[in-house]
Design a protein around this ligand. Structure first.
Ligand code: HEC
Length: 178
């Protein structure tokens, strides 16, 4: 009985210990190796796209953002002159597409603003850029739906998005508010 027990015990010992030592070796060598492979596998991000920002924020505003916004705002407006009141609305498919395209330029400009070297910080700047994207995206939908009233309303919200960022980051405004 005793012997058998001891045998059983020692078998158990021999039976468990060596594998557990092998287990430790596995833990000590193989697992870290695996985890290193896994780690590098998960973290090897694809190579960065070869971005080449050409316009700084000011030039992007002058060349893309401001002209696009002007065209978009001009596409839905009311002119009052001596001859009376003129409701300007996109009339043809081409005019609606043009309005849509200006909204697309504004929306994607928001992404360009988020990129280095234009981004000024990772917080408020991103929020303001995102606001431009979100409002311009609404304008794209309004133009796609040929909904002039909605496009007019969204035009106001886009203006807000411009101002919200300028209030915080446009030197002349920031200094004037000091
Ligand atoms: C995320 C921030 C941000 C948003 C959104 C933004 N701007 Fe700007 N804008 C700037 C900054 C910063 C400058 C100043 C750039 C400089 O002088 O270096 C600027 C400058 C300008 C200028 C002056 C350019 C010049 O000649 O000095 C105009 C015009 C302008 N923005 C129009 C707009 C319009 C229109 C919108 C909305 C459709 C808009 N911006 C949205 C950040 C923003």
């Amino acid at each position: 009985m005793d012997n058998r027990n001891r045998t059983t015990e020692s078998t158990n010992h021999r039976g468990t210990k060596p594998p557990s030592r092998r287990g430790k070796r596995l833990l000590g060598v193989s697992v870290p190796l695996w985890s290193i492979l896994l780690w590098s596998g998960c973290n090897s991000a694809p190579p960065l796209p070869p971005y080449k920002p050409v316009a700084d924020t000011k030039l992007l505003m002058q060349a893309v953002v401001d002209p696009s916004a002007d065209e978009l705002w001009d596409s839905v407006r009311t002119i009052v002159d001596r001859e009376g009141t003129h409701e300007i609305r996109p009339k043809s498919n081409e005019e609606w597409t043009a309005a849509r395209n200006h909204a697309v330029a504004l929306a994607e400009s928001g992404n360009l603003l988020m990129m280095v070297p234009r981004a000024k910080d990772g917080g408020e700047w991103m929020k303001r850029s995102r606001e431009l994207i979100d409002q311009a995206e609404r304008a794209i939908k309004a133009a796609d739906a040929k909904n002039a009233d909605e496009l007019f309303t969204v035009g106001g919200d886009i203006y807000e998005a411009c101002s919200n960022c300028h209030q915080k980051y446009l030197e002349t405004i920031v200094n004037a508010n000091k």
